[in-house]
Design a protein around this ligand. Structure first.
Ligand code: SAH
Length: 392
């Protein structure tokens, strides 16, 4: 029997946990003095009020999600052996479907590691921690990473805004090696990413398959890659023989990387710095059209309370994008907000396209690639939606 603190789920509560979800909300927990006194990030055993085991988890009395389970048994330690086991499993899964060491190595609860994301760029790992328990476990995690993966460089991109919800400070630190611009290999193309300064971990592996899908349709076509970031979609389309590619983004640094990646791939893309809504409205007024329009914006629904304004923004983006899609053209609309479900997002896209006066059929509906495994009881881990429409 372990002597660790135990956290008890209130009678008749913990509905999602009973169904297999790895979260227990703070209002579902019997918050006695003992529980309240535990430090954020404490490792606890969780039990239902009848004594039935729930598992081992990270507890944070300050967070809305009171417990994140990391094992379905009590008494499991978040130590080097535990991390090495989970990482070995995660690595084996990636090695089954990718020939090159460029992928999301750990996708949080989807890999049984709550609050942890790790992207791999060959010998460089970028680690992103978002919960107190994982932050407390950092030494054990780093030791396990060195044992299982053995990277040269590990960068801690611990600057996600959601860390504040867990009472964690924001920082970026090189844990070992040196941070620099790296090459990313994906779909046979080479890109550059800035892992210390870029957005999130520096690269969005989640769109890998969707980039390949679009590139497969791009030969001889004109392409507008809106919210291009460092050119993930646009450069692959150019490599696949697109006639003209515009990368549109508000970030000068991201566009500079896109231009450098294009040059290294011996293709040309035109980088345009600007606001997508303004630029699309301008292109619409000028009656400019593209055979393929891609719109992969930052999350418009950051929290549940933003659902209505965010949904409206997705609808407007769909309308503006449809207006500049050529007759017979293709339109990809994406959302990385887990707070808007697929059916609602698709409804907003449909409404926006209709409002532009166009008709469309949905030809492809996809999520993130296989290196972003979804926890089957936690729809929040399936955040990415990418819908491709064929317009009239
Ligand atoms: N499609 C990209 C990822 C996009 S991430 C890829 O495949 O890698 C979202 C991007 O939107 C970021 O690069 C950010 O700089 C940009 N962005 C955010 N708000 C914007 C705005 N109002 N206008 C143009 N770009 C914006």
């Amino acid at each position: 029997m372990s002597k660790r603190p135990a956290v008890i789920v209130k009678p008749r509560e913990g509905r999602r946990a009973r169904a297999g979800a790895p979260w227990i909300f703070s209002n579902e927990i019997a918050m006695d003095q003992g529980a309240k006194a535990l430090a954020p990030g404490a490792v606890v055993d969780v039990k239902f009020d009848d004594g039935q085991e729930v598992g081992s988890g990270f507890f944070n009395p300050k967070s809305l999600i009171g417990v994140r389970l990391f094992a379905r048994k009590t008494g499991v330690a978040a130590d080097e052996t535990f991390f090495a086991g989970r990482l070995t499993h995660a690595l084996a899964l990636r090695e089954r479907f990718y020939g090159r060491p460029f992928y999301r190595l750990v996708h949080a609860e989807g890999d049984g590691l709550p609050g942890l994301v790790i992207d791999r760029f060959a010998d460089v790992l970028v680690v992103q921690i978002t919960i107190a328990g994982m932050e407390e476990s950092l030494p054990a995690l780093l030791a396990a990473l060195n044992k299982v993966v053995g990277p040269e460089t590990i960068i801690l991109r611990n600057d996600a805004p959601s860390r504040a919800l867990e009472g964690l400070e924001s920082y970026v630190r090189v844990a070992q090696g040196a941070a620099s611009r790296v090459a990313v290999e994906e779909n046979g193309a080479r890109y550059f990413a800035d892992l210390g300064q870029g957005q999130k971990t520096g690269w969005y592996y989640d769109q890998r398959d969707n980039r390949a899908f679009v590139a497969g349709l791009a030969k001889g076509r004109t392409v507008l890659d809106a919210y291009s970031y460092t050119g993930g979609f646009g450069i692959l389309a150019a490599k696949a023989g697109a006639k003209e590619v515009i990368c549109l983004d508000s970030s000068e640094a991201a566009l500079k990387l896109a231009e450098d990646s294009a040059a290294a791939s011996q293709v040309s893309v035109r980088a345009v710095q600007g606001d997508v809504f303004e630029e699309m409205a301008r292109l619409g007024t000028a009656k400019e059209k593209f055979d393929i329009v891609l719109a992969d914006p930052p999350p418009f629904v950051k929290s549940r309370k933003d659902l209505e304004p965010g949904a409206k923004a997705y609808r407007k983006l769909a309308r503006l994008s449809a207006e500049i899609t050529a007759p017979g053209g293709l339109l990809l609309l994406a959302s990385c907000s887990h707070n808007i479900p697929l059916d609602r997002f698709a409804a907003e896209c449909a409404a926006g396209i209709l409002k532009s006066g166009r008709t469309a059929s949905l030809i492809h509906s996809a999520g993130a690639g296989a290196d972003h495994p979804v926890h089957p009881m936690l729809p929040e881990t399936a955040y990415l939606k990418a819908l491709v429409y064929a317009l009239d």
